[in-house]
Design a protein around this ligand. Structure first.
Ligand code: 4NP
Length: 173
């Protein structure tokens, strides 16, 4: 698994998750990673947020199939409202995109320094690293289950990596 880029502010870490519509993949990753971060006791030091490169769904809740998949697995999907990616999201320590198309769109807005913090989400997938999180929007329920499985195992790996860049005792007031 690749190393996480170092935190810009010692003792804190900010992760931006980006897909196309911000109603399916990156919101699912946001909810699951946020829950794992909280379970790990890192909620006061790690911020997770998500956006989409497109503007069609800004302000909308999550796709109901994505929300139903999360709810059935015990997560709270109710608070999500879609936001659009812009250059401000490149201020985060790590920008994780869901597919190659997102990667092109995001990197095209980034400086070289900013681009070094942009990665495919599944670069951190411990089981089958390096691919895309496939867009489930035009498919059936199984696509959302597949996204949830990828997101859950990758979120667990990311939290383990966060412990490396936020060592125990490294607390900022
Ligand atoms: P997401 O899925 O990028 O995972 O949120 C999509 C949602 C909406 C659209 C495409 C993909 N759309 O074309 O509206």
């Amino acid at each position: 698994m690749p190393d996480l880029p170092p935190p810009r502010t010692e003792g804190r870490y900010r992760i931006a998750l980006v897909c196309l519509g911000n109603i399916c993949r990156s919101p699912m990753a946001d909810v699951v990673l946020s829950a794992r971060v909280a379970q790990a006791g890192l909620a006061d030091r790690v911020d997770v947020r998500s956006s989409g490169t497109g503007d069609w769904h800004v302000g909308h809740p999550m796709d109901e199939r994505a929300a139903a998949t999360l709810t059935a697995a015990g997560y709270d999907a109710s608070r999500h409202r879609a936001q659009q990616f812009d250059r401000g999201w490149l201020d985060d320590d790590l920008v994780l995109v869901m597919d190659e198309s997102n990667l092109r769109d995001v990197v095209s807005t980034a400086s070289t320094t900013e681009g070094a913090r942009v990665r495919l989400f599944r670069d951190f997938d411990p089981v089958d690293p390096g691919g895309e999180v496939p867009d489930p929007y035009y498919g059936g329920a199984s696509g959302f289950e597949e996204v949830l499985a990828m997101v859950e195992r990758t979120a667990a790996a990311l939290v383990a990596a966060l412990h490396q860049v936020l060592p125990v005792g490294d607390r900022t007031p």
